[in-house]
Write a protein that binds this ligand. Structure first.
Ligand SMILES: Cc1cc2nc3c(=O)[nH]c(=O)nc-3n(C[C@H](O)[C@H](O)[C@H](O)COP(=O)(O)OP(=O)(O)OC[C@H]3O[C@@H](n4cnc5c(N)ncnc54)[C@H](O)[C@@H]3O)c2cc1C
Length: 234
């Protein structure tokens, strides 16, 4: 795997919004709709995990997996033997969901309890990336997405490992986000009830790194300390 990352910063600084299509137009609580690329890309970049839905012999299938983004493309990778990878490489339409849960919202009535969240849905058909140079660079960027700094130290993937890995590229074209922020929204007649109302913020926090018993290097590198998914730039 190539440790150099040949993607320019400008690819990571989108400014426009996604066009709203019949598929991506929010109908339920439409005021929570977001189509701004920068907001959507920040969600995709913060999350480690997506869920990929596709048709499998006429039945719905849903698989959790890792994703990453470069510019206006989303990438998934996996074993060449994976059912999902085979199906996606054949261009079967997929729906990919990315979800960040930001808090629990406790209203005065159970009905109005809610969650704060930022979620993205991507529709599209993928294609396999076969060009070895591009594949190498895109996979290196996956490592960078998960743990910045690691590429410079870990052994790059060799030819056999790259061959065993499928890489699928999706165009980010048909995309929506839905975002809920803020406190509870109660009915007027419940506002005077003697019951606590408010939010419990939730964040992903990393523990202290645990050095493997057989690690030749004892001191955990700086990039493992205070690990966070929240990026200061998108
Ligand atoms: C953490 C979390 C908890 C939730 N809990 C509930 C719950 O308990 N009950 C409930 O009914 N809903 C819940 N939602 C909202 C849910 O995701 C749907 O938005 C909602 O159910 C409406 O679905 P629909 O098919 O009627 O959407 P529609 O508005 O008909 O969807 C039309 C289009 O809008 C876009 N869209 C819809 N929802 C989302 C989304 N969440 N993110 C990005 N794009 C979207 C898609 O492009 C979709 O094709 C929750 C969402 C999150 C992230």
């Amino acid at each position: 795997m190539n440790n150099q990352l040949p993607f320019s910063q400008s690819e990571n600084k989108p400014s426009k919004a996604f066009a709203v299509t019949d598929k991506t137009k929010l109908k339920r609580v439409a005021n929570r709709a977001v189509y701004d690329k920068q907001e959507i890309y920040a969600i995709l970049d913060e999350s480690l995990l997506c869920h990929v839905a596709f048709d499998w012999n006429g039945a719905p299938a849903l698989i959790p997996t890792a994703h990453w983004r470069i510019g206006d493309h989303l990438y998934l990778h996996g074993s060449r033997k994976s059912r999902m990878m085979e199906i996606l490489a054949n261009g079967v339409p997929a729906c990919i969901a990315v979800t960040l849960v930001d808090g629990l919202v406790l209203a005065r009535s159970t009905f109005h309890h809610s969650m704060n969240y930022r979620s993205v849905i991507v529709y599209g058909s993928g294609r396999e990336v076969t060009d070895p140079t591009k594949k190498d660079a895109v996979l290196a960027q996956f490592v960078e997405h998960v743990i910045p700094g690691r590429n410079a130290e870990a052994r790059p993937a060799n030819a056999t490992e790259l061959k065993a890995t499928s890489l699928i590229e999706f165009d980010l074209k048909e995309v929506s986000a839905k975002i809920r922020r803020g406190g509870p929204k109660d009915d007027a007649e419940d506002m005077q009830r003697d019951v606590w109302a408010g939010t419990i913020p939730l964040t992903l926090t990393a523990g202290a790194p645990i050095t493997a018993a057989d690690s030749k290097v004892a001191a955990a590198p700086a990039y493992t300390q205070n690990y966070t998914r929240v990026k200061t730039t998108v």
